[in-house]
Design a protein around this ligand. Structure first.
Ligand code: ADP
Ligand code: ZN
Ligand code: ZN
Length: 798
């Protein structure tokens, strides 16, 4: 007897192993690993993933049977099934969470509707699922119910109902129309076909106008014909109803075809090595270290082309949405419709359609952010991770995976190379390259030997003594100069969190969130104080609740205020702002980039979003307003982050023929991260930082695990976390360092108290089993409100 091994959607330790279910007769020849099913579990029905089919079951006693199939073809490839096991193990999370993470958002919804007889669906299914852009389902002679069943199942498909004249109505109407009959003559004609046709006259005229094009319900409604008229006409045989599926196109603009550029010697060396690894199916990890503007993207494009030429597919990962519009158009101009794109600014419907194009093999090149590392590509020939150091590559929720590790796993599975590209590689990657674990490729010069920008550091402590403005005198002068020369300027305000808060001028009172240990942030547009952690909102007070003073003012500078100030200082300048607030609307991000790229604005100001990857040749000045805001965080990576950010944003200046200039405003002008960013001296930064890491026993010298515990009571959290620390100290070998528990930097969030423990180790044979045991023990405490989570190789210790 054949049975199915199913990972059920019940995230507990017990259900992390598959449950065995019998397969009903009628599903026997359809069911495959990687499909989702509905199964009985206890008294409930839950969804699950079939991970394996076995011919014999060791299970004694009566097996429960699968209730129904959700998918008619696998949604998880065999490769991704394997990956989910490794990932669950690696991230100490449940397999079900890993499997769900691999699907695009729109498909994670649960299906409640009953399925029709499988045969009908199966006939209709392949055509619909693997269809072209538009399909007239009716012309395929499918069982209509089956079609609508599938459509409901695939609820993220964009379906529109259309109407067209039925076959016997068409000739009559066309004749009537062409002969320019009077309305009453048409009515007569219509009555011959059907007595009730009179009130449908208008409708028929609309249709006669374009007899060969189905018209959508929406379109009819715009012309004043309502839905019930349409339905009646369809019932009377006048109209043919049909459903048309549209594939959403996430690409806003068509692009021109481009051709490979002639490479310089460094680029050529890099491409040659990659090409060889692709051809030889060598699972090598390359670190492509190239200064900003050195032409890494062209290397990616030519290596990807080589993979395609060898009959393979290629995956390019980029950090969050920042890079996507520019890089995507460069890729599309090279590879056309073979490109699928996956990123968070797309609607879930668009992402679903793009995912389908990958899953059915239409798309051979995928470009996307973190989650695109799970793209259901097969036969991958090359994986590239651009800006490999970027923190958006680590998922900070369950499952807490590091994209780099997943990419390396997939490359190994596919026998192909991985390229990690960056101007400022993570210390981990650089250290591996030094040890020879990764192969180092370098692009040490800007393309065409354009000079790196000239950087000035402005000490804001001195500046503030005589000139109290967010823009230093030096920066103000340079902005004015560039405006006169019609050159472009980028102004970066570090971190979104650096926005304004309210403080009483008399007693210093700052409104705090009632649920969290943070001060509230002022939002001018909504006239509220908001908490960014729990979403709490309250009106801005007019009077201090503590001393009743009315001198309550806001402090700090957000990008909104910066925009106002800049406009005041330079009234004729055209200013664009890019931050979370101005890019919320779909396509807004791309629109700002295009506008700036077309030189329809002089100054682009904003948060980190503008720091990375963008390539604007006319920009000759970059100003960083508060370089050290990241240095304030109690985190061992804050120097690395600051150096990376400053180098990245400086790299936006002077990319073409004109010399670039950068002004870095800081309160810590002597900090090594800032000094070394001035000369873009990655090598020296690497040496300095590695010494500090070795002394502090930090990565990459030590591996780390962060354990976070939280509960509604601070005493309970502290007590339980002490128990956890004791347990770990007993179970790990002496060489492991267990730090804590300590309260997290922001201890209370949404009325839960958070404590953490950090484990540092170089080699720890007991780690896995100790953490597994810990999770088991802590699950029992969940009822008392305690939640414990594990972050393997966390990005921060905060
Ligand atoms: P990076 O990604 O390393 O910062 P880019 O790939 O954006 O650098 O390249 C910087 C600039 O140099 C771009 O404007 C790009 O078009 C140009 N460039 C790169 N390689 C070549 C080449 N082989 N021929 C001509 N122009 C190139
Ligand atoms: Zn006060
Ligand atoms: Zn809050």
């Amino acid at each position: 007897m054949q049975v199915a091994q199913v990972i059920v959607d019940v995230p507990t330790r017990q259900t992390n192993n598959p449950y065995t279910y019998s397969i009903p007769e009628n599903l026997n020849d359809q069911i495959q690993p990687g499909m989702r099913v509905q199964v009985p579990f206890g008294r409930r029905k839950v969804t699950g993933f079939v991970v394996e089919l076995l011919t014999n079951s060791n299970y004694k006693g009566k097996l429960k049977s699968i209730s129904k199939l959700i998918d008619l073809s696998p949604v998880i490839t065999p490769e991704l099934l394997k990956l989910s096991e490794w990932m669950a193990d690696q991230t100490f999370s449940f397999k079900i969470n890993c499997l769900q993470t691999m699907l695009p958002g729109g498909m994670r919804t649960k299906f409640k509707k009953k399925l029709l007889a499988a045969d009908d669906i199966r006939d209709a299914y392949p055509t619909i699922f693997h269809g072209q852009n538009e399909i007239d389902y009716d012309q395929q002679h499918f069982n209509n119910q089956a079609v609508s069943q599938i459509l409901r199942l695939k609820r993220t498909d964009k379906i529109k109902v259309h109407y067209e004249l039925s076959n016997h109505a068409k000739p009559v109407l066309i004749k009537a129309y062409q002969n320019l009959l009077q309305p009453n003559q048409v009515d007569d004609l219509l009555k011959k076909i059907h007595p009730n046709a009179t009130n449908q006259r208008q409708l028929l005229f609309i249709l006669a106008d374009q007899p060969d094009h189905p018209i959508s319900t929406t379109n009819f409604k715009q012309k004043g014909v309502n839905g019930s008229t349409l339905k009646t006409a369809a019932k009377n045989g006048w109209l043919k109803e049909m459903t048309i599926r549209r594939v959403r196109n996430p690409f806003m603009q068509p692009v021109q075809k481009s051709h490979p550029l002639a490479l310089n010697a460094d680029q050529q060396t890099a491409v040659d090595q990659l090409d060889r690894a692709i051809e030889d199916q060598k699972n090598l990890t390359f670190l492509l270290e190239g200064v900003t503007g050195s032409g890494k993207t062209e290397v990616y494009l030519q290596a990807m082309a080589h993979a395609l030429k060898n009959g393979k597919t290629a995956l390019l990962l980029v950090p969050e949405i920042t890079l996507t519009p520019q890089i995507v158009s460069r890729i599309r101009s090279r590879f056309g419709d073979q490109v699928a794109m996956l990123h968070s600014a797309m609607s879930s419907g668009e992402r679903y359609d793009e995912w389908q194009r990958i899953n059915n093999g239409q798309a051979k090149v995928v470009v996307g952010v973190r989650s695109a590392v799970f793209a259901p590509l097969t036969n991958i020939g090359l994986i590239i991770m651009d800006e490999e150091h970027d923190s958006s590559y680590k998922q900070d929720d369950v499952p807490r995976y590091q994209t780099r590790d997943v990419a390396k796993w997939r490359a190994k599975y596919n026998h192909c190379p991985v390229v990690l590209g960056s101007a400022t590689p993570s210390l981990e990657s650089r250290a591996r390259a030094m040890k020879g674990v990764y192969k180092l490729l370098t692009l040490p010069h800007r393309f065409n030997h354009h000079a790196l920008p000239h950087v000035t550091i402005v000490d804001m402590k001195k500046e503030f003594a005589h000139h109290q403005s967010i823009l230093s005198q030096k920066l103000t002068d340079l902005v004015r100069d560039r405006l006169q020369k019609h050159e472009q300027i980028i102004l970066l305000l570090n971190r979104r969190g650096y926005s304004s808060f309210v403080m009483c001028r008399d007693c210093g009172y700052v409104p705090q969130c009632p649920n969290c240990d943070v001060s509230l942030t002022m939002h001018k547009d909504t006239h509220t104080l908001n908490c960014h952690l729990c979403g709490h909102k309250e009106p801005i007070p007019t009077e201090c609740p503590r001393c009743h003073s009315t001198r309550i003012r806001h402090f700090g500078v957000g990008s909104q205020q910066l925009e106002e100030q800049v406009k005041k200082l330079f009234p004729t300048a055209r200013v664009l702002r890019m931050d979370v607030d101005t890019t919320r609307k779909k396509g807004a991000h791309e629109a700002i980039i295009n506008q700036f790229g077309a030189h329809k604005a002089d100054i682009l100001l904003g948060t980190q979003m503008i720091a990375k990857g963008l390539d604007f040749p006319e920009v000759t000045l970059v100003g960083v307003l508060n370089a050290d805001s990241a240095l304030k965080f109690p985190d061992f990576r804050s120097s690395e982050r600051t150096f990376q950010l400053l180098t990245q944003v400086s790299g936006r200046s002077g990319r073409a023929n004109k010399q670039g200039e950068v002004v870095i405003q800081t309160f810590n002008p002597d900090h090594y991260a800032i000094q070394l960013a001035k000369t873009q001296d990655y090598e020296k930064f690497y040496q300095t930082e590695m010494r500090i890491r070795r002394l502090g026993k930090y990565p990459p010298y030590y591996f780390t695990v962060k354990i976070t515990g939280s509960s509604p009571s601070e005493r309970q959290t502290a007590y339980e976390m002490h128990q956890v620390a004791n347990f770990l100290r007993q179970h790990l070998t002496k060489s492991a360092i267990v730090l804590g528990p300590t309260p997290k930097t922001i201890t209370r969030v949404n009325n839960r108290y958070y404590y953490q423990i950090i484990i540092k180790y170089r080699y720890e044979p007991q780690l896995k089993s100790a953490l597994e045991k810990l999770l088991e023990k802590s699950q029992l405490k969940q009822r008392q409100g305690l939640l414990v989570s594990i972050d393997n190789e966390p990005l921060d210790f905060m």
